[in-house]
Write a protein that binds this ligand. Sequence first.
Ligand code: PMP
Length: 299
Amino acid sequence: FDQRDGVIWYDGEMVPWSEANVHVLTHGLHYASAVFEGERAYGGKIFKLDEHTRRLHESARLLDFEIPYSVEEINAACNALLREQGFEDAYVRPIAWRGSEMMGVSAQQNKIHLAIAVWDWPSYFDPAQRLKGIRLDIAEYRRPDPRTAPCKSKAAGLYMICTISKHAAEKKGYADALMFDWRGYVAEATGANIFFVKDGVLHTPTPDCFLDGITRRTVIELAQRRGYELVERHIKPEELDDFEQCFICGTAAEVTPVSEIGPHSFTPGEITLTLMNDYTKEVRPAKAEPQKQMAAAIS
Ligand code: PMP
């Protein structure tokens, strides 16, 4: 992945992809003082870019560091990089971390770096499998208690248990894993939030110890527009048998139906497929951007 053509935005410069390196004594590498974002561009426009950049700033603040670029500067850098790389549809990955000036748990004076990479990432899950629904394992690790980790930060360190859980699931032939939270309630997948449907009503876990995803909030808005009833609440594992439909959602995963969670099975149905299509429409900018329409009206 590190030997590609193109450029990476690195501390304000466009650097050749293969030269965008860090030192091995980087604090972010040793002590996980790193936060990142995952964004998608559709038709040349990054969906909810400003929300992502604001979350990046907040993630860093929760790890006690401040990114030395404003939200506006980061938005502009993401857009400039997307144009420079010539992508219409792409995945965008900003990451901020503490540098290598000092080694040790405390590194208050270490420089804060920011890099942004853009690449082609068509479908997070096997496209053929996606419509039928993907299979989820049940993870051994649980989402931590908010008193043990800054769970609202999209912090690199919080992904350690996600990678272990996803690997364990993949080794058993599953696409991903469902994680419970520290109390034993249903929480989320390793990189996406989860929704269920029963008797025409949507149910989704209260995001009180994991990321309240931007896609999750978009799906809630789309469900409201459709007039669907939606309940945000704590969901017990025993309830998994009662639900008829299930889907996960995230920037990379988009809206992906789920057919199995361990011994529980679901059939992708009308509500899931409707929201999947609504999401696809929502993320794509309208053919003519308002500015262009205005220009056309004036001329
Ligand atoms: N939970 C986790 C653990 C994630 O990694 C992601 C992806 N960022 C999400 C939820 C969904 O967040 P979003 O919709 O903002 O991408």
